[in-house]
Design a binder for this molecule. Sequence first.
Ligand SMILES: Nc1ncnc2c1ncn2[C@@H]1O[C@H](COP(=O)(O)OP(=O)(O)O)[C@@H](O)[C@H]1O
Ligand SMILES: [Mg+2]
Length: 338
Amino acid sequence: MKRIKLLFASSFEVLFVDRDLAIRRVEEWAEKSTYPVQVVFGPEGCGKTAWLRQSAVFLKELGFDVLYFNPVEKEFLFEIGFSDLRKEFLSIVEEAAKINAFAGVAWRLIDFAKKAIAHGSKKLAILVDDAFQVIGLDKAAIYVKGLLGVLEYPPKAYEKIVVVATTSEGLSRFEIGRHRWANLLPMWNLSKNGFEELYNQLPSPKPDFEEVWRATGGNPSVLENLYKNNLSIDRVVKEIVSRKRLRDFIARLGAEERKWLVEAIEDPDTLYTRSRMSLKDELVKLNLIIDDIPPREEFLWIDTPPPEKDLELGIGKYVAWQTPLHREAVKKALEIFN
Ligand SMILES: Nc1ncnc2c1ncn2[C@@H]1O[C@H](COP(=O)(O)OP(=O)(O)O)[C@@H](O)[C@H]1O
Ligand SMILES: [Mg+2]
C-alpha cells in the first residue's frame, strides 16, 4: 500500500504512520464487503480523516471505485470509471459550494452510489467523513440507514461494497447505536510507537518526546496545535477553553457539580455514578470525554485500543478525557471559580 502524504499544521507534509490494524480491517472489508455500515468514532483529531483518506487510496489500489466525501473540510474524491457520473457529481458539489449546502451533497452521495452500481460498478467504496454535524445529529441514524440501503437494495448485482462513516460527535454515536444499521467501532489516539513515528518526521526545534506524549496522549491534532502555537501548551489549553466556551459551561454548574468535575480531573471514572451521569453527558456533548468505553479487546476496536487505565493521560476504564489537554482546559476554566 502506498502511504499518503498529509499536511501537518498547515505547513509541512508528513507520511501516514501506523494504524496497521485499521488498515488490515479495511483489507478484510474489501474481501468480504461491510455489513452493516461501519461507523468509526473517536476523539476529535485522533486521525479518523487521515485513516479514511489512506483507506480511499488503498481501496483504489484494490480495484474499487471510491466515493469519499467530507462536508466539513469540503473535501471529496470521486474516483469512478464513469466520466458522465463523475461530471454530474462534480457539478453538484460546485453548485453546493456556492451556497454552502453540503448536507444536500451528503444525501445525494447515496443516490450516486446507487447510480454507480446501476452503471455497472462492481466494487464500490462509499466513505463519508464527519458528515453528521452538517447533516444534523438528529438525522445521523436515518442517514446511516440510507447508506445501509445501498448494501441491502442495490439496483444491480455487485461484487463488493465497503461503506464507512466517521464521526467525532459523541452524541451521534448514541443516536446511531440505538439501531442495528451500523457497527460502531471506536478509534483511539495514536499508540506511543505510532506517535513517535509521526514526531520523528517533524522538524526541530521540538519539545522532548515524552513531554509531548504526556500533553497530547498521542492525539496528532493537539500536536499540530502545539506547532501552530509556538509549542506553547498554555496557548493550546486557552484555545480549547475559548473554542468550547468552558467558562460559560462551568458558570452554569452548581457547587456540587464543580466538585465532581474536580474529581473527574483526577479520575474520569468517578463520573460513572447515578448522580453524576448528566454531568458526564454534558462533557460528552462538548466532546471533552468519551464515555462507555468498550473493553480493550481488539475486535471491538478499529485499531489499537487505549490502555485499560492510565490516569496520567486521563484514561479511565469506562470514561476517558479525549486528550490530557482537554482535561487541562477544564482545569483552567475551573480556576476562576475558586
Ligand atoms: N496516521 C497518521 N499519520 C500521520 N499523520 C496523521 C495521522 N493521523 C492523523 N494525522 C495528522 O493529524 C491531523 C489530525 O488528524 P485527522 O485525521 O484530521 O483527525 P480526525 O479526523 O480524527 O479529527 C491530520 O491533519 C494529520 O496531519
Ligand atoms: Mg476528521
